[in-house]
Design a protein around this ligand. Structure first.
Ligand code: COA
Ligand code: MG
Length: 275
């Protein structure tokens, strides 16, 4: 599997040394060390110091991000100053409760941003938020969003309208979208179903919160053997028939034309296989 794909992004509370240590052995494509809501107020400063030191002193063999505190808190400024002073920087910053004003962070630190949409304001101005300089990826979160909208998690966690809106906006702006976390740790079937739906809409991967979710996300967001075989087959048959002037053909009872070929080429590119 080509590692340029980011199929899973695992949140790890930065004050939990055991989980930070364990995250190193997990097969997630990206680790997000959290400084925000998974870290209690009393541990904010210690967690920041610990995780920056951890990044300096350990050779981490996967992409790493830090989720900083949101811009309305004093911790935000401490996070920015500390990350700016650190020699080894994370690959990405996750900005919670992303709204306008993100470009300042990027221009100051030069680190690509993952905008986390989780306020009514951020969702309302989605296109403006994700088109800011430095934003390379977008994700969203049902807990804070439902709180901001005055609803509840059930109303937002499987909200197909918002889920589709985010991926369409992301693609329109040429950035990647990662689907939100799934809170029900004991329902791995439900988690898998949500991953499948996200992938079918165009999401690149899923933000996850527990090791048990990592392998499922990695598998579902990777091209399957059947998809790879299908892609190879239709490309071969399409090439053979296009020389006879046909742009639409019948493969196993299904119409195939050039959009299917573009999809097939994308599957093969993501799987690292040749047509
Ligand atoms: N990263 C790394 N390791 C983790 C982990 C994580 N996010 N979540 C659990 N683990 C480890 C545990 O340390 C434990 O390790 P061990 O078997 O070596 O002892 C193992 O996985 C099993 O953990 P478990 O006992 O099932 O977890 P829990 O019930 O104690 O905790 C959560 C459940 C949800 C509180 C925990 O998974 C967590 O904190 N997740 C991240 C939350 C977060 O960062 N949220 C912010 C974004 S929404
Ligand atoms: Mg949140």
């Amino acid at each position: 599997m080509v590692k340029v794909m980011i199929r899973s992004q695992l949140y790890v509370p930065s004050n939990n040394k055991k989980m930070v240590g364990k995250s190193q052995s997990l097969d997630t494509d990206m680790i997000i060390f959290d400084l925000e809501d998974a870290v209690p107020e009393t541990e904010k400063n210690g967690a920041r110091e610990f995780i920056l030191e951890f990044i300096q002193t350990n050779k981490i063999n996967k992409k790493i991000a830090i989720r900083i505190n949101d811009m309305d808190t004093g911790y935000f400024y401490h996070d920015i100053i500390a990350i700016n002073s650190a020699e080894k920087k994370p690959d990405y910053l996750v900005v919670p409760k992303s709204e306008l004003g993100l470009s300042h962070i990027y221009r100051h630190l030069g680190i690509p941003l993952i905008a986390l949409i989780e306020t009514a304001e951020g969702m309302n101005k989605l296109d403006d938020v994700i088109s800011q300089e430095g934003v390379e990826m977008v994700s969203w979160a049902a807990g804070d969003l439902s709180f901001s909208a005055g609803g509840n998690i059930e109303g937002y966690s499987s909200n197909l309208y918002l889920k589709t809106k985010i991926i369409i906006s992301a693609r329109a702006h040429g950035i990647k979208a990662m689907d939100k976390v799934y809170f029900d740790l004991n329902n791995l079937d439900g988690f898998a179903d949500e991953c499948k739906e996200s992938r079918s809409l165009g999401y690149e991967g899923k933000q996850v919160i527990h090791p048990s979710q990592v392998a499922i996300a990695n598998q579902i967001f990777s091209p399957s053997r059947e998809e790879i075989e299908w892609a190879k087959k239709i490309i071969k048959e399409y090439r053979a028939s296009s020389s006879s002037g046909r742009g639409a053909i019948n493969v196993d009872g299904q119409l195939v034309d050039s959009v299917h070929i573009r999809m097939a080429e994308s599957i093969l590119k993501n799987s690292g296989e040749k047509p």
